[in-house]
Ligand binder design. Sequence first.
Ligand code: SAM
Length: 270
Amino acid sequence: MLSALRKYLLIPRLIRLSSSAPKDPLTAWDQYWGNVRSTGATGDVLWDSGSDHELNGYLPKLAQLDPTLPVVDVGCGNGSFTRLLAEHFPLALGLDYSANAVERARQESAGITTAAFAVCDMTAPDAAQTVATALDNAGWAGDANVFIRGVLHVLDRKGRAAMAANLLPVVGGRGSVFLAETNFPGTPVDYVSHLGATRKSIPAPLEWAIRGLPMPGRFGAAQRAKAFPATDWTLVEDGATSIETRPLSNPTVPDVIPGYYALLRARQLN
Ligand SMILES: C[S@@+](CC[C@H](N)C(=O)[O-])C[C@H]1O[C@@H](n2cnc3c(N)ncnc32)[C@H](O)[C@@H]1O
């Protein structure tokens, strides 16, 4: 009982660390990416396992996407999933609203001819036009598939709804959305404890995230149903999945956060 309660002694430290994060989310994310020194299994980025294991687990579901269409990786960060998707689609276009993330993704993807990147706030009113221009610059026009990992759970309810609405014209009649998000069923203290934080120590990539970024929420079936309403979207399938982090508790094995995935298509009215 006492040991179960001990994690709550973390609260003052969490409050102290997170109070230094910029309040504006774009400022926070851009500053975060500008400070990243290295990525992958030994890097600074909590959600970058440096492995293709998680993406390989999604491949049977991604096989339901039209493989002749490009895929747009929304909120691509340093592009680790964009690069993996570029092996399976004719083009993988990574989009992020942090210019520092896009710059880093471009550098890490040098030489990959089927990957391209652009800055885009996917919640902004002109987002669909920005996507169309970026696809055009890469030699594509028309419908595209969409891949989203670990982005919707960092947005508020309005942001999630705006992002989903902006995706309707991107996927059109032929594309699909595949999303995979963390769906941790507990408090922020439970979440950071799950990832190895104790009163005495916090794994460095987790501490970086707590210090620099807004506190994440969760994204599961309930949040998906609100953001992707049945009037606009057909749910093809959904379920539980595992989001892999950079190895934290063991030097070589990624840690795992309970997650949620869904595959959706735009409902065609008429
Ligand atoms: C947790 S990271 C995930 C990065 C990447 N999808 C991955 O799994 O490696 C969330 C990313 O979403 C981006 N992001 C947040 N809000 C966004 C928005 N409105 N439009 C585009 N990107 C956004 C952040 O800049 C950040 O790079």
